[in-house]
Every structure is written in C-alpha cells, then in structure tokens.
Design a protein around this ligand. Structure first.
Ligand code: PBG
Length: 337
C-alpha cells in the first residue's frame, strides 16, 4: 500500500462492477433473455424411407426422409421448440428450367408438410418460397435468354408454390427469393383462395452472402449454380438504408414478420429494423455461421455451448424476436439444464 500512487480520497464516482459482484444481482439486471420460445429449427427433407444423410460442411445436421423427419420433429416439439423451417432436396431428374416441381401438390415439400401437420398439429411449419431447389441452374427464379432472373414471371410461379404449401397445411410461408412485389402477389393469392390465416415471413433483408455455402451443399444447388451468383436480386452487403426500404415494402404488401439474413454479421440491420418498424423481426443464423462455430468447437478452439448461447443472446439484444438456427435443438437442450 505504501507505493500506492492514487490521490488521497480518490474513489470512482460510479462503480458499475458493484452489480456484477454476485450472480444474483447480475441476474436481476439482465436485460435480455433467450428462451426456447425464440427458436426455429431449419430441417432438410429427402425422398425415401429410413434415410439419413450427413452434410459434410454442417457436422451434426442431417437430411432426413419424411418418416425420420417426423421422429425428429417429435423430439423438437417435446423440447418446446415452437416451429421448424422446411427445406426439400429435390432429385436432379425433377429439376427443370420452369421449376414446375415447386408447385406439385404431391411434391416432397408438400408431402412433408401434410405429414408434419397430421402428426403434430401444434408444431408451426414454415416453408421456403423460392425456386432454387427446383431449377436446373440453381437460381431462385426463371431465366431469360441472357441468363437474367426475370422478376414478374418468377413471382407468378412463387404464388403457385406458396398456394400449394398453404393447401398442404403450411402455417407460414417464407419467401426467400428477393423478387420485387412477391409479398403482395402471394398475399393476394392466399386471400383469394381463403387462406386468410397463412402467415408470411418475408426474407426482406436477404443479402447476397457467401455464408450460404454449406446450405447450397446441403440442398444440392451449389453444383447447379456453379460460378453463378445471386447479385441481381439478393442485397449488397454494403447496404443498410436499402434494407429498410425492402422491409417497408414487404410490410406494406402484407408481410406478418420480416427477416434479416445472414445473422451475426448483420446485427446492425436487425437493430435498425426493430427500431424503425417495431414489427416481429426474425433473424437467420445461416449455414456458414453454423459451420464456423461448429468447426472451431470441434477443433477445441471455442467452447461450443458458451459461444452458441452467446451468439443467440446477441440476436435477442439486437432486437430479434425469433431466430432460425441449426443449433435450435442443442440450444433447447442447454436451456433445460
Ligand atoms: C434459398 C435459400 C437459401 C438459404 C435459405 N433459403 C440459399 C440461397 O439463397 O442461396 C440459405 C440458408 C443458410 O445458408 O442456412 N433461396
């Protein structure tokens, strides 16, 4: 104490550490919480029976045939997870230039939705509205002779796809295609066909991101897409004002919820969206984010549970209501402990 060079009578005017001193006061002042109510689990479905395929770039995530999907959904429901988001893997022979398989009432997604809703009526089922699993070129829409994704013709197909999902029993349709005007067109189609309670979760601010790589492996669109990119419809990662315009339009056109995607590198967009619109705001912690955390965890470089829970809490702090994450099941289990 003799060498202490602090001025006499010095003390910090405010000691923020006082509240951090014990767990009970840390708990009392905690501003944000993650609960199982916030989690949506994306799932990949394949044809066949008793089929389970690993995805090499997404360790721990599998593609499942409908029977196994039902078993997994049962477990998720028992853990308290409110909803799942479904992504079909389409056989190459069923892919085409016009993506006709997208609205086949007997298609894989439609059959999976019917099976899920029949077995688990209380589990929310969200379907992806976009053509990339169904096009032979892996783009989210139809192409013209120059290879440009044509907007309005694509929207017409998206409406048919959304209607076929609603007819199969999907609770929420989630357009992830980024065509202009598709939310309004889908809303009209649903209303005209008396699907008045089918909710629309608009992937409003969906960026042209390289974090989707493992997903494209998972659904088998990476090979089809080749060196192609989605810059003419997905958003430029440099932009934030533009995301607000996209969200405003989607809400005006009838979206019930909006989404920001990817998640962790775009928390600023989530915060802005929540502040500016105050509507149900979802985030997608995408495949590349999953792969990144999982790889570091598997190498022993990061503590999986700690970093995953921290990342999910960060979504809550940024203003997300619900989070689509491939860690949904693990997080639900950890929340129970
Ligand atoms: C398809 C779609 C994509 C994702 C969800 N829906 C891929 C893409 O736009 O290329 C990505 C999800 C993820 O990376 O986890 N339109």
């Amino acid at each position: 104490m003799e060498n202490m060079s602090l001025p006499k009578d010095f003390f910090p005017s405010t000691r923020l550490r006082r509240m951090r001193y014990q767990a009970f006061s840390r708990r009392l002042m905690r501003e944000n919480h993650l609960s199982v109510d916030d989690l949506i689990c994306p799932m990949f479905v394949i044809e066949g029976h008793n089929q389970k395929q690993k995805i090499s770039s997404m360790p721990g995530v599998c593609r499942l045939s409908i029977d196994l999907l039902l078993q997994e959904a049962d477990q998720l429901l028992n853990l308290g997870i409110p909803a799942i988001a479904l992504f079909p893997i389409i056989n190459p022979a069923q892919k085409s230039l016009d993506a006709g398989e997208a609205f086949n009432p007997e298609g894989l997604a439609q059959r999976a939705v019917r099976a899920l809703k029949q077995s688990f009526p209380e589990l929310g089922v969200i379907t992806d509205i976009a053509l990339d699993p169904f096009t032979s070129h892996g783009q989210d829409g139809l192409l013209n002779a120059q290879g440009y994704v044509i907007n309005d013709e694509t929207v017409a197909v998206l409406c048919k796809q959304a209607l076929s999902h609603a007819e199969a029993g999907a609770d929420i349709v989630a357009p992830s295609d980024m065509m202009d005007g598709r939310i309004g067109a889908i809303r009209h189609t649903l209303e005209n066909n008396r699907h008045i309670n089918t909710r629309i979760l608009a992937y409003s601010a969906k960026y042209a991101s390289s974090f989707y790589g493992p997903f494209r492996d998972a659904v088998g669109s990476a090979g089809n897409l080749g060196t192609g990119n989605k810059y003419s419809y997905q958003m430029d990662p440099a932009n934030s004002d533009e995301a607000m315009r996209e969200i405003a339009l989607d809400l005006q056109e009838g979206a019930d919820m909006i989404m920001v995607k990817p998640g962790m590198p775009y928390l600023d967009i989530i915060r802005r969206a929540k502040d500016e619109f105050g509507v149900p705001t979802f985030a997608y912690q995408v495949s590349g984010e999953y792969a990144m955390l999982k790889a570091a965890a598997q190498n022993g470089w990061l503590d999986e549970k700690q970093v995953v829970m921290e990342s999910l809490l960060a979504f809550k702090r940024a203003g997300s209501d619900a989070i689509l994450t491939y860690f949904a099941k693990s997080a639900a289990q950890w929340l129970k402990q």
